[in-house]
Design a protein around this ligand. Structure first.
Ligand SMILES: [Zn+2]
Length: 83
């Protein structure tokens, strides 16, 4: 069902919400202090519809650091590969 690490022909970032294939509009930057160093950023991508849902999910756990428009997001060097 899932093929891991297979390169996609087109680099269209899609929403990280389960089952959602909409184009991502937002980047949610988060950090789990029990797993990550403080400067580390994990990112989730979200469409308009799922931004609130995903940021709430991270927010209640205290993980959410930043919500940035995808077009304004600058991937910090040396962090996660983009999907
Ligand atoms: Zn979505």
């Amino acid at each position: 069902m899932t093929s891991s690490d297979s390169p996609t022909p087109e680099e269209i970032p899609t929403c990280s919400a389960k089952g959602c294939r909409d184009a991502a509009v937002w980047v949610l930057a988060w950090n789990n202090p029990t797993l990550h160093t403080p400067e580390r950023r994990k990112t989730w991508l979200a469409c308009e519809e799922h931004r609130e849902h995903l940021s709430q999910f991270l927010g209640v756990r205290g993980f959410l650091k930043d919500v940035v428009k995808l077009e304004e997001w600058v991937q910090p060097e040396g962090s996660e590969r983009r999907r």
